[in-house]
Structure formats: C-alpha cells, structure tokens
Ligand binder design. Structure first.
Ligand code: NAD
Ligand code: 6OD
Length: 452
C-alpha cells in the first residue's frame, strides 16, 4: 500500500477545493443527479470487479459481496440522487408592523470539501454511504479508506473518471491513521467537515482535530449490541437471526450482536440450537462455494480477538463452542482464522460484556422479566443497535421504544431502507445519516428574508 504524505494530502485537498469552487460548483442539481445515476450504472457494469476487489481485501465469502455489500453500494448513489432531486426547503410568511409582511425562506448549500474516513469491515458499503450524499449535496470529497482495504476506493475512482466526473471532485488518499495520512487529512484546514466510521477511540482523536477551525463532524462508531429473545419468538427465525447477527462477516459488523439475552424457558434449547448452527460453519477462501466463513481482517485483529477469547475464560466463561483457532489445511494455515465462539456464564461486569470484540462471538445469558432485560440491554456506554425476537408485536414496540440505540430491529437484522436515519447514540456516534437526514450534515441552511 502507498502512504500519502502530508504534501500528497494537501494536493488532494487543494484539488477538491478547486473543483468545489470551479466546475463542480457550477453544476445544478439536475446535472449532479445525472452524474450520480451514471456512477451507479457504471458500478453495476463493473460489478464483478468490485466483488473481486472486495473479496481480495477482506477475505470474506463471495456471497456477502454479491448479495449485500456491493449492490447496496451501487443503489446508494441513486437513492441520494433521488433525495436531492426531491428535497424541499422551508418558507414562512412573517407579519410586520406595516402590514405588508415578509417572506423567510431557506436554501441549502454544500459545505465544501468533506473528509471521508472509512473502516475495513465493509469497505465499499461504508465509504460510498458517505460519498453518495456528499456529492449529491454538491460537495467534493477526499476519501481515506482503511489501510487494510484500499481497493474498492481505487476502483470507484476509475468509475468516476469513466463517467466524466470533473477532476478533483472525488479524491482518494491511502495510508494509515495516526501520524499518517488520516491525521494529515483531519488536521488540514481546508477540509470543511469530516465524516468518520470506525472505533470510538479513533473518533476521540478526530474530534480533537476537528476542533481546530470548528469543523463539523458525523461519527458512526462501535457498538456492544444486545439481542433480546423472548420465549414467544418464532424459534427457528430467532436462531437464524442471531446466527447472522453474531457471525456474518466473521462477526466484523458494527451492528452485530455480542450480547444475547434469552428468556429462561427457552434458554437451554436456544443455546443448543445456536451451537449446532455454529458447528456447521465452513472456513475457507472467499471464492470457495462450499465455504461460508472467512478469516479476520489481519493477524493483528486475530490477536486482539484471541486475547478477548482468553480473557473471557479467565473471567469465568463456559465455552459452548469455539474459543480458539480452527485446524486449517496446509495451504490456508497462514490465514488469520479464529473459531466462531459462544460463551455462557459470565457476569455482566466481565470485559467481553463491556468492550466491543468485533469478532465472531457472543455471550448468551438467561433473563426472567421484560424490565430487567431492558436494563441489561441499556447497561453499556454504546448505543448502536438492538434486535428483539418476539411474536407479540405490542411487546416488540414497547421494548423497542425503551432501548437507547439508533436502530432496533424486531424479528430481523441488517434490514434498512437507505432513506431512513442511521447512526448511534451514546458512544456509538454523533449525528444521523441516510435519506434527507444526510442533508443536516452535508449542507448548510441559509435563511433569506425578503421584506414585501
Ligand atoms: P479504526 O477506527 O481503527 O479505523 C477507521 C479509519 O480511521 C481507518 O481508515 C484508519 O486508518 C483511520 N484512522 C485511525 N486513526 C486515525 C487518526 N488518528 N486520524 C485519522 N484517521 C485515523 O476502525 P476499524 O478498525 O477500521 O473499524 C472497526 C471499527 O469501526 C469498529 O469499532 C466498528 O464497530 C466500527 N464501525 C462502525 C460502524 C457504524 O456504522 N457505526 C460501521 C462499521 C464499523
Ligand atoms: O446499512 C447501512 O447502510 C450501514 N451503514 C451499515 C453498517 C454496517 C456496519 O458494519
């Protein structure tokens, strides 16, 4: 991987600023919409290239890329084009002492150069989720993808060139975070706002950088998400749903469930059923159609996850399944493999009940009453997502309203219309993006008052 120096970052930011003040700034909404549709169509045309690049970068099964991450990435450009095409602004008729009145109306203008810093777990999905609305609103971007997964950002650059996006509108700088490209970007005074997806601790560093010049921020951070499984759930649906939410993408999903609470009458049956599903995973290469399970993103992350596995046992966990490194054939032994793992028996104070592991693991605990499980779900500094599994929809709505998170799913997971608000409360983020909500971050509102 190349590492962009301070001078490289400066060049990218200056190109973005020039494009914003120049050709791109002169595009009207219709022209931007046409451009975003062309980007989406070109991504679809090069679908296989994106799938191949993302598989190579992440090592995750092809099915995740083809069914979820890449198509959602392309759809995103059309969704935000449609949002910007249809957006309305407010207008008020104001009374004045002379009786003639005034009209106050608002216009929305882009912010300028947006710094986009994205993580490695769903690289294309999480990067385009920011680039789509930023461009739709008329900004230009400088993107720093994760050092682990730079390829789809480069491909998106090719797409932008093919469709004729003016030079300087979409820029990519590769490199690391601290003392490197990421830091050079967040400290650059001509970056007007920063949108970041990643760990809360990184968010703190970026927040300090953004304080210089009072730049606006949008943060999507980590989670320690709870799943609540009530005894009246559709049992098979709940087992399948928790299996996906704890282990998809080898557990490297911010919205994943690492804390599972199951109502006592079905607790043992549930643990056994989830164990059986987990025992069925097949580790392998992304393009192995018989495999459904990839490695950790890196050996560094593998070490981190394994240290949490060790710590869980030291703090009293019963390991129901997994807990170590799988025995792999010789040609795959070098991979950063870890076993999907289920624990029971830990106290709420245990480290893995408090900290985000970001690996393929969950702890399952029994619960006895609704109020108690709501308290447990909320007892975390994070507030990203929850799932509730019940056939009693009154209960579903009631419980959902009391859980302090950005998104709650009832009887599903990772199902979200791109037009809805997305983000986390507490330490899981700042702000909401999605549909019209993205306008709050990617534009400024100007009020204009006309005396009649
Ligand atoms: P990370 O915070 O380590 O890195 C994210 C990005 O920030 C990378 O591009 C990295 O190079 C950059 N970075 C790191 N330090 C920086 C600094 N000081 N200045 C500027 N840039 C810096 O996160 P990660 O390990 O890539 O991703 C995993 C984390 O992301 C998990 O905590 C996960 O929950 C979170 N996440 C959140 C969401 C969400 O929508 N809420 C989505 C996906 C991932
Ligand atoms: O649904 C989305 O668009 C979204 N941002 C998902 C985030 C996944 C995190 O790993």
């Amino acid at each position: 991987m190349t590492e962009a120096s301070k001078a490289d970052v400066n060049q990218a930011v200056m190109a973005a600023k020039a494009a914003y003040q120049g050709e791109w700034g002169s595009y009207n909404v219709g022209q931007r919409v046409d451009m975003l549709y062309a980007v989406a169509d070109e991504i679809t045309r090069r679908f296989d290239d994106f799938v191949t690049a993302e598989m190579a970068d992440t090592g995750q099964p092809k099915a995740i890329m083809t069914h979820a991450f890449i198509p959602r990435g392309a759809a995103n450009f059309k969704v935000f084009a449609d949002v910007i095409k249809n957006v309305a602004t407010e207008s008020f008729q104001t009374t004045t002492p002379d009786g003639l009145g005034a009209v106050n109306y608002a216009i929305r203008v882009p912010k300028g150069v947006i710094g986009v810093i994205s993580p490695w777990n769903a690289p294309f999905l999480l990067m385009r989720w920011k680039v789509g609305p930023a461009l739709a609103c008329g900004n230009t971007v400088v993107v720093k993808p994760s050092e682990e997964t730079p390829m789809t950002a480069a491909l998106l650059g090719e797409v932008m060139q093919t469709v004729g996006l003016p030079n300087g509108v979409f820029n990519v700088v590769n490199g690391f975070g601290p003392n490197s490209t990421g830091e050079f970007l967040t400290h650059h005074p001509d970056v007007d706002a920063i949108t970041f997806t990643g760990e809360a601790v990184t968010g703190t560093a970026i927040m300090k950088a953004a304080a210089e010049g009072m730049r606006d921020l949008s943060f999507e951070l980590g989670g320690k998400n709870a799943s609540l499984v009530f005894a009246d759930c559709d049992f098979e649906q709940a087992v399948e749903g928790i299996y996906r939410s704890s282990f998809l993408n080898s557990g490297q999903v911010c919205l994943g469930a690492e804390r599972v609470y199951v109502e006592r009458p079905i607790f043992e049956k549930f643990v056994e059923a989830l164990k059986c599903k987990v025992e069925g995973v097949k580790h392998g290469r992304p393009d192995d159609v018989d495999a459904n399970y990839g490695p950790m993103i890196s050996h560094e992350h593998q070490e981190k996850v394994l240290s949490y596995y060790k710590n869980a046992v030291e703090e009293g966990a019963t390991v129901i399944v997994g807990g170590g490194v799988p025995d792999m054939p010789d040609d795959l032994k070098d991979g950063a493999w870890v076993e999907p793992t289920i624990w029971t028996g830990l106290p709420e104070t245990a480290t893995v009940m408090k900290e985000e592991v970001f690996g393929p693991c969950c702890h399952i605990a029994p619960f006895d009453d609704e109020q108690g499980v709501i308290r447990l779900a909320n007892d975390t500094p994070y507030g990203l997502s929850t799932t509730i599994w019940t056939t009693d929809l009154s209960r579903g709505h009631r419980v959902a309203a009391k859980i302090d998170v950005g998104i709650t799913w009832i009887n599903s997971w990772f199902l979200r219309d791109l037009r809805t608000a997305f983000g986390g409360s507490k330490q899981s983020g700042i702000g909401r993006e999605g549909g019209v909500h993205s306008l709050e971050f990617y534009t400024e509102t100007r009020n204009i008052c006309v005396k009649l």
